[in-house]
Structures are given as structure tokens and as C-alpha cells.
Design a protein around this ligand. Structure first.
Ligand SMILES: Cc1cc2nc3c(=O)[nH]c(=O)nc-3n(C[C@H](O)[C@H](O)[C@H](O)COP(=O)(O)OP(=O)(O)OC[C@H]3O[C@@H](n4cnc5c(N)ncnc54)[C@H](O)[C@@H]3O)c2cc1C
Length: 294
């Protein structure tokens, strides 16, 4: 019986693994290897790296840090967690299973991908971006497209326009869903609106992003934010009865415990801002609470 099974080995899961092992607890991290960190061209808001650091390199460093404290990590995708009658949990990944007194869910989030040719390369070169909280600062003086419908697209366009740039909202025809005062705000911020649905979006390093619209001249930008939303993979917890918000983020208390006793959540899958620093903070709080309850 492990003290804690950590599901997910990204920023939150590996931080929790390090804390738990430094508390001399038996903890195992099971990871499917799809951390969002790998898509970050260069993050500049992680303190200690004033010149920025590529997400893949940061992930390597976090993994090396966990290895230094001998945190065991197994590759695999947990597909089911059950509550044991005598207390604790059992988790399954195909034919493997583990029993643990507590479980920490650190399964992150998945971005809804936009239809962009060569999306992986576009993300790696920061031509297509997902997170203005992370890198909106770097859009100053640039031409920026924001792809997203309704209130979400509108909100992100307005947020990004606060960074001193030239924003065009690709509304995909959803302008009508907005209230007149919301449209007035965009106008005040100098945001242009392109209503036609993009027929093709392609990017090339050094040439930026080209958006081809039906019956109109192509639009060219230095970068594009996709505001199509995120999905939080919290099904393992909700199947145990944990409460979640509509987007899948888990409801947690001040110790990062979900509404199921002994089941904790940290990082993007737990309610809160989706950031590396937040994920590490969640994990530190959760690991300490788990250590104190055992
Ligand atoms: C393009 C991009 C740029 C970003 N830029 C920044 C930035 O500059 N600054 C910043 O602070 N944040 C940034 N972020 C956000 C940051 O990457 C996340 O907030 C952070 O990675 C969250 O950590 P996490 O541990 O919750 O999730 P992740 O790091 O995504 O790790 C989750 C892990 O859980 C695994 N997993 C999922 N389900 C299972 C399962 N059932 N069984 C086993 N394993 C599972 C996944 O495979 C993955 O390895 C960016 C994100 C993206 C996509």
C-alpha cells in the first residue's frame, strides 16, 4: 500500500513527488507523458529563468530533479480508480494496478486545437499560442489574431488588446452573440472584428500567420491566439463522486482535497489559474496536507 499514488507527471505531479519523497513517504508517479510543458516555445514568467526557458528543457530539469530524490515514475495511463472498502484507493492502467492510502490527481488539461496547418511547428515557434496570461507581454507592438467564438473569444481579444498591440478578433460569425456594451468595449480598445469563418490558416517561421477568409483578402498577423478553450481530464475523480465545474476543473478545499476524502488534485485539473507556478504551489500544499494526514 503506497502512501500516495500521483496520477500525472507534469509540473504538479513531479513537484508533489519530490515533496512526498522528501517527507519520506512512499509515493509513485504514473505518467502518460503528455505534459503541456512540452508545447511551450519559451516561458518567461517562471522565476529563476530571467532569459526564459523552453518548456521541454524545463520538463527535463523537473524530471532530473525528481530523479535526484529517487521519485519512482512509471509510464502509463491510469484508466480507472476505485475506492477500497477498507479505505484507500486502487488504480488501474491496463493490466497494472496500485493500491494507495491517498491519490493525487495531476492530470493537467488539454487545449482544444485550432484547425491550423502544421500546428505542432506553429506552437513550437510561438506563432500559434494558447495562453495570453503566459506570454501576452511579448505581443507588444505586434499584429495579433484571436480565434474564438462568443464571450470567450471576445474576453480573450479584450484581454490581449491591453498589451499595446494591434488585435483582430476572428469571431467566426459570433459577433451577434455579444451585447452592445461588449462590442463598444472592443471598439474602445481598437480591436478589429473579422466575422467570416477562416477557410485556411497557415504559418511559417519569419512570415507569421496567414488567415484566408471566404471571399476576402487574406489577413496577415505576427501571431495568433487560439481561444477555443480547454478540457480538464478529471473523469477519474468524478467517477468516484468528486465535484467538478462545467469545464472539468475539480472543486478543492484549501488543502487541495477534492470533495472525496483522501483524493487530492493539483495543477491545471484543479480549480484555479492554469500556470506552472500555480501547479507547483498546488502540489506543495497537497503533498504537505497528505503527509500531515497519514
Ligand atoms: C503553448 C503553451 C504555453 C504555455 N506557457 C506557459 C508559460 O509561459 N507560463 C506558465 O506558467 N504556464 C504556461 N503554460 C501552462 C502550463 O504548461 C501548465 O499550467 C502546466 O504544465 C500545468 O501543469 P500540470 O502538472 O497540471 O499539467 P501537465 O504539465 O500538462 O502534466 C499533466 C500530466 O498528466 C498526464 N496524464 C493525464 N492523464 C493521465 C492519466 N489518466 N494517467 C497518467 N497520466 C496522465 C499527462 O500525460 C501529463 O504528462 C503553457 C501551456 C501551453 C500549452
Amino acid at each position: 500500500m503506497l502512501d500516495c499514488l500521483v496520477i500525472g507527471g507534469g509540473a504538479a505531479g513531479l513537484t508533489a513527488g519530490v515533496y512526498l519523497h522528501r517527507y519520506r513517504r512512499t509515493a509513485l508517479v504514473v505518467d502518460a507523458g503528455q505534459s503541456r510543458l512540452q508545447w511551450i516555445a519559451k516561458t518567461r514568467n517562471v522565476l529563476g529563468f530571467p532569459d526564459g526557458i523552453a518548456g521541454a528543457e524545463l520538463l527535463d530539469r523537473i524530471r532530473a530533479h525528481a530523479a535526484r530524490f529517487k521519485v519512482p515514475v512509471e509510464q502509463g495511463c491510469v484508466d480507472r480508480v476505485t475506492a477500497l472498502p477498507e479505505g484507500g484507493f486502487e488504480a488501474f492502467a491496463g493490466s497494472r494496478s496500485w493500491r494507495a492510502r491517498t491519490v493525487l490527481l495531476a492530470t493537467g488539461a488539454r487545449d482544444v486545437p485550432p484547425e491550423v496547418e502544421g500546428l505542432k511547428d506553429a506552437l513550437k515557434h510561438a506563432l500559434v499560442r494558447y495562453c495570453p496570461v503566459c506570454d501576452g507581454f511579448e505581443t507588444q507592438g505586434h499584429r495579433v489574431a484571436v480565434l474564438g467564438t462568443d464571450v470567450h473569444g471576445h474576453g480573450e481579444a479584450a484581454f490581449i488588446a491591453g498589451f499595446g498591440n494591434e488585435v483582430t478578433w476572428l469571431s467566426m460569425g459570433s459577433r451577434d452573440a455579444l451585447k452592445p456594451e461588449q462590442l463598444a468595449t472592443l471598439e474602445q480598445l481598437g480591436v478589429r472584428i473579422a466575422d467570416a469563418r477562416p477557410r485556411r490558416i497557415h504559418c511559417a517561421p519569419g512570415q507569421g500567420v496567414t488567415v484566408e477568409l471566404d471571399g476576402e483578402e487574406p489577413l496577415r498577423f505576427d501571431m495568433m491566439y487560439s481561444a477555443l478553450g480547454l478540457r480538464h481530464p478529471s473523469g477519474l475523480a468524478t467517477a468516484l463522486g468528486a465535484n467538478a465545474h462545467e469545464d472539468g476543473q475539480l472543486v478543492v478545499d484549501g488543502h487541495m482535497q477534492t470533495t472525496v476524502p483522501g483524493l487530492y488534485a493539483a495543477g491545471d485539473v484543479a480549480e484555479g489559474l492554469n500556470q506552472i507556478g500555480v501547479a507547483a504551489g498546488h502540489a506543495a500544499i497537497a503533498a504537505t496536507a497528505i503527509h500531515n494526514r497519514l
